[in-house]
Design a binder for this molecule. Structure first.
Ligand code: SF4
Length: 723
């Protein structure tokens, strides 16, 4: 293992953003010097699972047992760098807090008192409960909260049991909303981590905290865009974020009014003929309806709604109009804000279309045949409380922090009939489990390949085991196979071996595992013409080359989109067909109660929500969040810079830990700000316990998006109270 001191050496000096909020990308192992370098034994390629970017990485194993991680140099998309979290992944292995053996609860729910049991006893108990529930209520008597790559097998098993109560909170809040916003417009869904910012002349970030939320490929592109003199950066954010500090144009918008701003930009761009008329006439449907729909969003009215100067709103529209197709409105992650989020994301997609700025790189197709929405978590929690659901599985999720309101989650888990939890660390959610199972980390297991498409290249990365699981931890496939067998429902789970599944997966990607290993874990394929044409943003030169290569130079230029009409649907036929508004609507944010201000939240560059709050190397960098407050806000509540306070919500919830106040001109007077990822309340975590405060624990009300059904997480109103 490398020491914390070594780790800091590797991440130091490469800060991309100066000031309090820094995103660091560490150099690869080349820049790393050791006092005495042990002998290298082998190098193994794998995929980082410290966040959803899943950067390909290479683990170097040394004779003294040390493992060092670096980015995979063969990978043209992510580049040869990892962020601090990726580099700190080896800390997962021998961490003293790690779950080491299966355990059975012996204390009350939430107390986290367990006794060690054998794997056989643990899976028999889980299997018995699944069997009993399944026999009486079928799959509907089960619920599963699971996310991340390791949850694939348990999701597959529960799905095969007919369970539809499966929630993946992170995917619902990001990918699902983005899919509805972009997919209904273009037919394809962009990957925000892979958007081509380097080629943009105008980059627009609407609440997307690049630099504070560090995704290596995205930050890499962002840095390249910033390095160009001819790129304008526009940041729309109520506070002066790390990205705003780099922007030519910062619009400190009133929280919750972004959709109105985008509709106004659309109106301005249409009225002033700044849109791509040829593209709109040839490739878009619904322009006339759109024009009527946005007409009420005049500069005057929108300036009042958003609390932004008219000249600034118009100025940015002019810049976008000049940049035209070289404008990128970054699609963003974690999009569940105020319960009208599909409209906001869709408005951004429509604005891009008017400019002829099509989504680029990494798109997946939108499934127009799908009808299911994310599971209604509040309803499932209610059914768990009333014992209508007999078995609750939790896999790598910290529900208490990720679902809202968190007190409702803890009540449901306290009353649940049977809960099993699989994780690497004892999160506060795992304290409610009857049986807890220790999972192998990504460094201790093989996994499926991962692919990315950017421009004319498809990158395929392999995920190979770096070392055997430590202690009593097991890989996810083995755990699920044992549970399936113990429940007498083994026939509902994959009959093949995990090895054969991985081989099949690689074969489906036109590669094979030995070849991937030999290639250093990454192979790069040229995208075929057929595939390239599915990617609307792919540049014409690439397509022309591909056509020539495929000996069909007479193929006409293709501008078809994977929507029902084959055109970009400014007014969505699919949304209309399913009973929703065909065009994006602005909904006013909830009014702030008298005596309170809105709490807005964001990301911390060295933590992945609460999943890394126990990592001592990362905690050494940022151990707790701080509360941004304007001078007016501080004076209103009688608090001073550096003072430690509690937060009290308008519904009477109080933060448990104290939080330090940062009085700054970098935030509006009507809101305060803190980053997520802190306030972990699992006493079994020796690091990170009760450090800072949890934003989500103060959430008690949320509005549901009418299209996605996903609840917003930003209607939190608080006041600082002196500790
Ligand atoms: S961005 Fe960082 S944490 Fe996320 S996958 Fe890449 S290296 Fe890992």
């Amino acid at each position: 293992m490398i020491s914390r001191r070594d780790f800091l050496k590797r991440t130091a000096g490469t800060a991309l953003f100066v000031g309090g909020a820094c995103g660091t990308i560490a150099p690869s192992a080349k820049a790393y010097t050791l006092r005495s370098k042990p002998k290298l034994v082998s190098q193994i390629a794998t995929i980082c699972e410290m966040c959803k970017a899943n950067c390909p990485m290479v683990a170097s194993l040394y004779k003294d047992g040390t493992i060092r991680l670096a980015g995979n140099r063969n990978n043209p998309i992510h580049g040869p760098a990892l962020c601090s979290r990726g580099l700190a992944a080896t800390r997962l292995l021998n961490h003293p807090d790690r779950l080491k053996f299966p355990m059975r609860r012996v204390g009350g729910r939430g107390q986290g008192r367990w006794q060690r049991i054998s794997w056989d006893d643990a899976v028999q108990e889980i299997g018995r409960n699944i069997r009993k529930t399944f026999a009486t209520r079928g799959g509907d008597g089960l619920a599963l909260f699971a996310g991340g790559r390791s949850a694939r097998h348990i999701k597959s098993f529960f799905t095969n049991l007919g369970c539809s109560n499966i929630s993946d909170s992170s995917a619902d809040r990001s990918r699902f909303i983005r899919a509805l916003g972009y997919g209904t417009t273009f037919g394809t869904v962009p990957d925000p981590a892979l958007v081509n910012l380097e080629g943009s002349r105008c980059v627009v970030l609407l609440g997307t905290p690049i630099g504070e939320n560090v995704l290596v490929p995205q930050v890499r592109q962002f840095s390249k865009a910033l390095a160009r003199d001819d790129t304008q950066l526009v940041v729309v954010d109520p506070r002066f974020s790390a990205a705003a500090a780099k922007a030519q144009h910062h619009l400190p918008i009133k929280p919750g009014t972004d959709t109105a701003l985008i509709l106004c930009w659309i109106n301005y761009i249409i009225e002033n003929e700044l849109f791509d008329r040829n593209f709109v006439e040839q490739s878009c449907l619904g322009f006339a309806e759109l024009m009527d729909h946005v007409a009420p969003y005049t500069l005057e009215r929108t300036a009042t709604i958003t609390d932004l100067p008219k000249a600034h709103i118009a100025g940015v529209a002019e810049i976008m109009g000049q940049a035209g197709a070289a404008t990128t409105i970054v699609p963003g992650n974690h999009l569940s804000w105020y319960g009208n989020d599909v409209s906001r994301v869709r408005a951004g997609a429509i604005l891009s279309a008017l400019l002829g700025a099509l989504p680029q790189s990494g798109e997946e197709l939108f499934d127009f045949t799908a009808t299911s929405k994310p599971v209604d978590v509040a309803r499932v929690l209610g059914r768990i409380r009333s014992a209508d659901i007999g078995v609750v599985g939790i896999w790598g999720q910290n529900l208490v922090q990720s679902e809202s309101p968190s007190y409702f989650v803890t009540k449901a888990l306290r009353d649940a009939k049977f809960v099993f939890c699989t994780d690497i660390f004892p999160s506060e959610t795992s304290l409610y489990a009857d049986i807890i199972l220790p999972e192998a980390s990504f460094l201790e297991r093989d996994d499926f390949c991962k692919t990315w498409t950017a421009q004319d290249r498809k990158v395929i990365a392999g995920s190979f085991k770096v070392r055997d699981p430590l202690f009593g931890a097991r890989p996810p496939f083995d755990i699920v196979a044992k549970i399936a067998s113990a429940s007498d429902l083994g026939d509902r789970f994959s009959s093949g071996s995990v090895k054969s599944l991985h081989e099949l997966d690689a074969k489906g990607l036109d590669t094979n595992l030995p070849g991937l290993r030999r290639a250093g874990g990454v192979v790069v394929q040229r995208v075929s013409l057929a595939e390239a044409e599915l990617v609307p943003g792919i540049n014409d030169e690439v397509l022309d080359d591909a056509r020539l290569e495929e000996k069909d130079p007479f193929l006409p230029p293709v501008q078809t989109f994977k929507t029902p009409s084959g055109k970009v649907e400014l007014a969505s036929s699919w949304l209309g067909h399913n009973g929703y508004e065909t065009l994006p609507e602005y909904a006013e944010p909830l009014p702030v109660p008298e005596g309170f201000i809105r709490l807005v939240s964001g990301r911390c560059p060295v933590h992945t929500l609460t999943r890394t709050s126990g990592n001592s190397w990362l905690n050494h960098e940022i151990a707790e969040n701080v509360l941004w407050l304007s001078e007016v806000g501080a004076a209103t509540y009688g608090v001073k810079h550096g003072q430690r306070v509690r937060l009290e919500s308008s519904d009477g919830l109080k933060s448990i830990g104290l939080i330090e106040v940062l009085v700054t001109p970098g935030i509006r007077d009507d809101c305060c700000y803190a980053s997520h990822g802190f306030g972990n309340l699992s006493p079994l975590m020796s690091e990170g316990y009760n450090q800072g405060f949890s934003v989500s624990r103060l959430l008690s009300r949320s509005r549901k998006d009418p299209v996605s059904g996903v609840c917003g997480l930003r209607d939190i109103f608080v006041r600082p109270v002196r500790g």
